[in-house]
Design a protein around this ligand. Structure first.
Ligand code: SAM
Length: 216
């Protein structure tokens, strides 16, 4: 496997800090070239564990956040995953590496220019197991539901109900909830029961849409 040399110390740090331990997550982070998802002038910061601007007031998430969300989702090969908030497409590429060619990542972005740019980047890098949709992800994406896993990369006032409805039985969902102080929540669906666990405080851009913030 081709390993990105610059990512090795970042991954080692995330392992030591307890953010990641799943070998599939580690291999995916070592494989996806983060600089390809960044504007030219920010490529030199690609292997620093920090969020970076991708234009339109939005950001690519920090590397530890992506690792932490992938771990919490307990992703498996062959799964169908819904991402709300494509942004640059980097997080979707990491998940696409984990679910593999038999899996599928459906990712929704509300800003058309970001959706189009991510679609082009993912295509250029050969991620044909990712479908980029432009629209309001708080409503999920019913045509390809139900999903094994769902994750949201922007913080809303609550976990949108359409997302819970589009999650398979025994499925898992990770989403940040809150405004000034946000909690990353892991939700598990078992039959008609919903279990929630707090994973810690985070800082995401706002989730704007019908089941999110109306405006910010
Ligand atoms: N996962 C991304 C990456 O790897 O670059 C980072 C995403 S960024 C933190 C959050 C994204 O969510 C932004 O691009 C924003 O436009 C998008 N967003 C906010 N509300 C949304 C909604 N209702 N539906 C879809 N995307 C939304």
């Amino acid at each position: 496997m081709n390993v990105i040399e610059e990512m090795i110390p970042v991954v080692e740090h995330l392992k030591r800090a307890g953010y990641i331990k799943n070998e599939k997550v580690i291999q995916a982070l070592l494989k996806v070239p983060r600089e390809e998802f960044l504007p030219e002038e920010l490529k030199k910061y690609a292997y620093i564990d920090t969020p970076l601007s991708i234009g339109y007031g939005q950001t690519i998430s920090a590397i530890h956040i992506i690792g932490m969300m992938c771990e919490a989702l307990d992703l498996k090969e062959g799964q169908k995953v819904l991402e709300v908030g494509t942004g640059s497409g980097y997080h979707a590429a990491v998940v696409a590496e984990i679910v593999g060619k038999d899996g599928l990542v459906v990712t929704i972005e509300r800003i058309p220019q970001l959706a189009e740019r991510a679609r082009k980047t993912l295509k250029r890098l050969g991620y044909d197991n990712v479908i980029v949709v432009c629209g309001d992800g708080t409503l999920g994406y019913p045509p390809l539901s139900p999903y094994d896993r769902i994750y949201v990369t922007a913080a809303g006032p609550k976990i949108p109900k359409p997302l819970i409805d589009q999650l398979k039985d025994r499925g898992k969902l990770v989403a940040p909830v809150g405004k000034d102080i946000q909690e990353l929540i892991l939700l598990e669906k078992r039959g008609n029961k919903i279990f929630k666990k707090k994973l810690g405080q985070v800082a995401f851009v706002p989730l704007i849409g019908e089941e999110g913030w109306k405006e910010y």
